[in-house]
Design a protein around this ligand. Structure first.
Ligand SMILES: Nc1ncnc2c1ncn2[C@@H]1O[C@H](COP(=O)(O)OP(=O)(O)O)[C@@H](O)[C@H]1O
Ligand SMILES: [Mg+2]
Length: 168
């Protein structure tokens, strides 16, 4: 488990970019198996901000909306990858996840970023990585908990990049 300090919003952007670069590095694995990331944390903790920063660094232009009202926003990115950004805050039952047909989105080449995953338990496929954001004073912290071999590899890649950023 790793925990990084994000002192200000710029650090959140840097973390999102680091996540994007690490995904890029493991692209062939993501093609094979897909990548499922959960973003945990209270309202305003920075789940959407982190995802937005990741999408920007993956080359997404234009407005990046929060999926709060739409449940899902999708973003095609380079090399046949696609990001699925969900927010299940408004779910009343976990079965809404299945009824909406979201289960099929969890597939090879797809990167799923899920906010309020607890609202879709136990219908949600397993995560590769859980990111937990917390308010800490005026800033935030992010904890990385890998849940699979891919999640572990990704976390190691992120941690190596983060450490080298801090050293420079
Ligand atoms: N590291 C940080 N330090 C302080 N404020 C931050 C940091 N990262 C993001 N923020 C701010 O916190 C808020 C996070 O909002 P948002 O990402 O929508 O939260 P969530 O999706 O978790 O509900 C934004 O106003 C953003 O500017
Ligand atoms: Mg949000």
């Amino acid at each position: 488990m790793h925990c990084f300090i994000l002192e200000n919003p710029e650090k959140t952007d840097t973390f999102g970019a680091t996540l994007a670069q690490s995904i890029h590095q493991l692209e062939s694995l993501v093609h094979e198996s897909g990548l499922n990331i959960r973003l945990n944390g209270d309202l305003g903790a920075g789940k959407t901000a982190t995802t937005r920063a990741m999408l920007r660094a993956l080359g997404v232009d234009g407005r990046i909306k929060s999926p709060t009202f739409t449940l899902l926003e999708t973003y095609p990115i380079d090399n046949d990858l696609e990001v699925f950004h969900y927010d299940f805050y408004r779910f009343e039952t976990p079965e809404e996840f299945l009824d909406a047909g979201f289960r099929d989105d969890f597939a090879p080449g797809h990167i799923t970023m899920v906010e309020w995953s607890e609202k879709a338990e136990p219908c949600l496929p397993e995560a590769d990585l859980i990111l937990t954001l917390r308010v800490e004073g005026a800033g935030r912290t992010v904890t990385l908990e890998p849940q699979s071999a891919l999640g572990t590899t990704l976390t190691e890649e992120i941690a190596a990049r983060w450490t080298s950023l801090a050293a420079n």
